[in-house]
Design a binder for this molecule. Structure first.
Ligand SMILES: NC(=O)C1=CN([C@@H]2O[C@H](COP(=O)(O)OP(=O)(O)OC[C@H]3O[C@@H](n4cnc5c(N)ncnc54)[C@H](O)[C@@H]3O)[C@@H](O)[C@H]2O)C=CC1
Ligand SMILES: O=C([O-])CC(=O)C(=O)O
Length: 265
C-alpha cells in the first residue's frame, strides 16, 4: 500500500475483515513524519516503511497507490520496474501525455498491469463496452458540496462562501479537469480512459451549497444507444472530497483480479 489516508485505511479495514487469506497486506509506505502514527494505527499488523525500495523488497504481487498524483508520478515507474502490478486511483495523472506513454511502455516491457478501479463512479463497465461499437458523445458532470471544493482551484474560480445556488465553475475536457482538480476529478480521467479519451470527454464541475453528497452524472451515446447514469455518493467521513465507494471499488479490484477495473497498461 502506498499512502495511509482515508481510502487506504478504509480498504485495509476491508482487507482485515474480508481478506480471508486470499489478499494480505504486506507493507505500507508513508511519509517519514507519519511513520509513528501509521505504526500505531496498523498495530503491528503490517510493516511500515518510508522508502519505496524497502516496500518493494517484501516482494508484493500488487501495489495499491492511494496517495494521489504526485505519489503516482514518483512511485509508478519503480513499482513496474520491480515487477509488480500496480493499481492506482490517481487516474488523473495520466492526463500528462508523457507520463501516460512512459507508464504504458514500461507496463508492456515488464509484462505488468496498471489497473484503474472504477472508483467513485458507476457505469464504467458499460462505457468501456460501448466504445467497441463507437462512441459519439461522453459528458460527465460532477456536483459536490462547497466544503469538498475547499483548498482546490475552485476557490479562485468562484466565491465558494457566497454561493446561494449551484455554480458551474469549470467546463472543459477531462484532460484539463483531472489535471486541474487532482483531488476531486480523477473520475473524469477514469471515464476518459474507459471511453473516448481525455480530449473528447466533456466535463462540468459544480459546487452546490445545498448538496448533501457527491453527485456524479454520466451521459454517453454511440452505436449501442444512449446511457444516463447517476450516483449520489456519500462522502467519506474523513475526507469530504472523496466518495466512500472509491475504497470499496479498490478492494473489489484486488479481490476480483481486475474484474472491475480499466486496464491502462
Ligand atoms: N479514482 C477515483 O474515483 C478517486 C480517486 N481519488 C484519489 O485518491 C487520492 C487519495 O484520496 P484519500 O485517501 O481520500 O486522500 P487522503 O488525503 O485522505 O489520503 C492521502 C494520503 O496519502 C499520503 N501521501 C501523499 N503523498 C505521499 C507520498 N509521497 N508517500 C506516501 N504517502 C503519501 C498523505 O499523507 C495522505 O495520508 C486522492 O488524492 C485522489 O487522487 C480520490 C477519490 C476518488
Ligand atoms: O470521490 C469522488 O467523489 C471523486 C473524486 O474525488 C475524484 O474523482 O478524484
Amino acid at each position: 500500500m502506498i499512502g495511509l489516508g482515508n481510502i487506504a485505511r478504509s480498504m485495509i479495514e476491508l482487507c482485515w475483515r474480508e481478506g480471508g487469506g486470499r489478499v494480505a497486506l504486506v507493507g505500507v509506505l508513508v511519509r517519514a513524519p507519519r511513520a509513528a502514527e501509521a505504526e500505531a494505527w496498523l498495530g503491528g499488523r503490517a510493516p511500515v516503511t518510508t522508502s519505496v525500495p524497502d516496500l518493494l523488497a517484501v516482494r508484493p504481487d500488487i501495489v495499491a497507490e492511494c496517495a494521489g498524483h504526485a505519489a503516482l508520478k514518483v512511485f509508478g515507474e519503480p513499482v513496474l520496474e520491480a515487477g509488480c502490478d500496480l493499481v492506482t486511483l490517481a487516474s488523473g495523472a495520466f492526463s500528462d501525455r508523457a507520463f501516460e506513454a512512459r507508464m504504458r511502455a514500461l507496463s508492456r516491457e515488464r509484462g505488468r498491469r496498471i489497473l484503474v478501479p472504477s472508483g467513485a463512479i458507476v457505469g464504467i463497465d458499460g462505457l468501456a463496452a460501448a466504445r467497441h461499437g463507437g462512441l459519439t458523445r461522453v459528458v460527465y458532470s460532477g456536483t459536490k458540496p462547497v466544503n469538498a471544493w475547499r483548498g482546490t482551484a475552485a476557490e479562485t474560480a468562484v466565491d465558494l462562501d457566497g454561493l446561494t445556488e449551484p455554480a458551474t465553475f469549470f467546463e472543459g475536457s477531462a484532460r484539463e479537469a483531472s489535471s486541474r482538480y487532482p483531488m476531486n476529478a480523477n473520475v473524469t480521467a477514469t471515464v476518459a480512459l474507459a471511453g473516448i479519451g481525455f480530449d473528447e470527454t466533456r466535463v462540468r464541475l459544480i459546487a452546490d451549497p445545498a448538496a448533501r453528497g457527491n453527485l456524479h452524472a454520466l451521459d454517453y451515446e454511440g452505436a449501442f444507444g444512449h446511457a444516463r447514469i447517476e450516483i449520489q455518493g456519500r462522502p467519506s467521513p474523513t475526507n469530504p472530497k472523496t466518495s466512500m465507494l472509491t475504497a470499496f471499488s479498490l478492494w473489489r479490484t484486488l479481490i476480483d483480479e481486475a474484474g472491475a477495473a480499466i486496464r491502462v497498461g
